[in-house]
Design a protein around this ligand. Structure first.
Ligand SMILES: [Zn+2]
Length: 209
């Protein structure tokens, strides 16, 4: 990637995460903003790339980047069950017309989104432990964390592009990369006072990490 590229990646063979300068600029990372939206957005991106090291593909590589099974059988079984939860969840989402997400294609990214957001939330809570955070623009700190997390996904695509990406893109459509994640996080439901049974409070929420 070149410095202005707005993207990030994890490479299992190197076991490293990479962020060009372009992805660390407003409106993603904004040094003029406070921690809540920055952890929600850039923090979740960093967490996403970290979690790729422990998704259904990355977990097959060891710390030195070698393709090697280093997990106990019991852990692998539990992990597969949790991945199935995420696959079942995303398989229900409609991309366009009768086209649903092919979640066996997207589960690595979906797991990275879910684990990465949770990691960022935990890191932010740790960083903010002794701070007296106040509302800003009528929004609580927790609400601003999640709004920051969702901000990159504002946009839309042509129908043709949605159809094409449904078959080849390992990422779920942007709206589900947000709603799929937050509906699995009770922290989001609490932040926005959602009631059990409402769309963003899944009854059988998935959690892999
Ligand atoms: Zn990814």
């Amino acid at each position: 990637m070149t410095p202005p590229t707005v993207d990030a990646y994890y490479k299992p063979q190197m076991n490293d995460i990479n962020f060009p300068a372009g992805v660390l600029q407003p409106p993603l990372y904004d040094p003029k903003m406070d921690d809540a939206p920055n952890y929600g957005n850039t923090g979740a991106t960093i967490g996403h790339e970290l979690t790729h090291g422990f998704d259904d593909e990355g977990r097959q590589f060891d710390a030195h980047g070698n393709l090697k099974d280093w997990w106990t059988a019991a852990d692998a079984k539990q992990f597969d069950e949790r991945i199935s939860c995420v696959r079942n969840q995303y398989a229900q989402y409609t991309i366009i017309d009768d086209i649903k997400i092919n979640s066996s294609l997207t589960s690595g990214e979906d797991v990275a989104d879910l684990g990465g957001t949770l990691l960022a939330y935990i890191a932010w809570k740790h960083a903010a432990a002794n701070k007296n955070l106040q509302q800003v623009d009528g929004l609580t700190p927790d609400q601003r964390f999640f709004i920051g997390m969702a901000q990159w996904a504002c946009g839309d695509e042509h129908q043709e592009l949605k159809r094409m990406r449904a078959t080849v893109d390992p990422h779920s459509p942007d709206q589900y990369r947000i709603n799929g994640v937050v509906s699995d996080l009770p922290e989001f439901g609490q932040a926005f006072s959602c009631k059990p049974g409402q769309p963003m409070m899944r009854v059988n929420a998935c959690r892999v990490w």
